[in-house]
Design a protein around this ligand. Structure first.
Ligand SMILES: Cc1cc2nc3c(=O)[nH]c(=O)nc-3n(C[C@H](O)[C@H](O)[C@H](O)COP(=O)(O)OP(=O)(O)OC[C@H]3O[C@@H](n4cnc5c(N)ncnc54)[C@H](O)[C@@H]3O)c2cc1C
Ligand code: FES
Length: 270
């Protein structure tokens, strides 16, 4: 069962003019959360905005003994809730419901893991990278953003022993252009005998491109889809995704309960 708490804000760290990380005192949710799961957040105490918004669990916060004390979210300011979250202060209260949704399936060696992140799609990969590295999985993060100033937490991933492949649209760091291009070329160079799992999160166009590349190279791929979610609990059907059915047909699944993590080859990319 998901847990619903009015969590105290422990800290709010601005990363740029639009991105911030909010640490929340929600230990019971943190203990239960698996990589790829999300929480529904009510940033306002009033009715505007009325509905909660979904956010990936970014980090699990721990005390010196390793006991979870809370979680953080990585937020990109695009509308009313993320504007409020950008400005929260330590001691404020934020409604947090979770953990929700189906998590990533975490592979074991000798399978390698390549995570593909676009912009704020980085969010589910901090906890996934920790789980993969704890199992000894060779892990690479392909991470793209508009500019080098929007590539965050690089030292965190390096510290876990994750190899980084970076791309920016303005070419200020890494390859110039979209992150799927270096993914494609690295897949071409990798032996087909070396088992690999791809994980992707980011804008839908990037997910669709990653799914195409994965299919061309015959690699399994799990994507975390970001649909508009009204409830996060399966009740409103705002989040449906078309998936393949048997005998060439298709049907819709609610990505808040069947996902947000889905097999890329299951989804009908429009
Ligand atoms: C499972 C899941 C995990 C997510 N994790 C994060 C996260 O870790 N960090 C983060 O910053 N955001 C995340 N998001 C996206 C975030 O929930 C939305 O951006 C949210 O709507 C922002 O709320 P808002 O009130 O600020 O803006 P809103 O007013 O809700 O949205 C602003 C504009 O963006 C559009 N929009 C909202 N959601 C989406 C979407 N999913 N796809 C395309 N357009 C959309 C709206 O139609 C509107 O035009 C996640 C979404 C999902 C489904
Ligand atoms: S968000 Fe309401 S059914 Fe998925």
């Amino acid at each position: 069962m998901p847990i619903d708490v009015a969590a105290p804000v422990i800290a709010n760290r601005s990363l740029s003019a639009d991105y911030n990380v909010v640490a929340l005192g929600a230990p019971a949710i943190a203990v239960a959360a698996a990589p790829g799961q999300f929480v529904m957040i009510k940033a306002s105490t009033g009715n505007d905005p009325l509905l909660r918004r979904p956010f990936s669990v970014f980090e699990i916060l721990r005390d010196e003994s390793g006991t979870p004390t809370g979680l953080s979210i990585l937020s990109k300011r695009i509308g009313p809730s993320t504007r409020l979250l950008y400005d929260v202060r330590a001691g404020d209260r934020v409604g947090v419901l979770g953990p929700l949704g189906r998590p990533f399936t975490v592979v074991e060696p000798p399978v390698g893991a390549w995570m593909v992140a676009g912009g704020v799609g980085l969010a589910p990969f901090a906890t996934l990278a920790e789980s993969l590295r704890a199992r000894g999985v060779a892990t690479t993060l392909f991470y793209g953003a508009r500019s080098g100033a929007e590539l965050f937490y690089l030292d965190f991933f390096r510290g876990l022993g994750v190899e980084l492949v970076l791309a920016t649209e303005d070419g200020s760091i890494g390859d110039r252009g979209r992150i799927v291009a270096p993914l494609d070329s690295r897949l071409s160079a990798r032996s087909g005998d070396a088992p690999l799992m791809l994980y992707a999160c980011g804008p839908e166009g990037m997910l669709a491109a990653t799914a195409r590349v994965a299919k061309r190279h015959h690699r399994p791929c799990q994507v975390s889809v970001e649909r508009i979610m009204g409830c996060g609990l399966g009740g409103c059907y705002s989040c449906v995704v078309p998936v393949r059915g048997e005998h060439g047909g298709f049907h819709h699944v609610r990505s808040c309960i069947a996902g947000p993590v889905l097999a890329a080859d299951q989804i009908i990319w429009e």
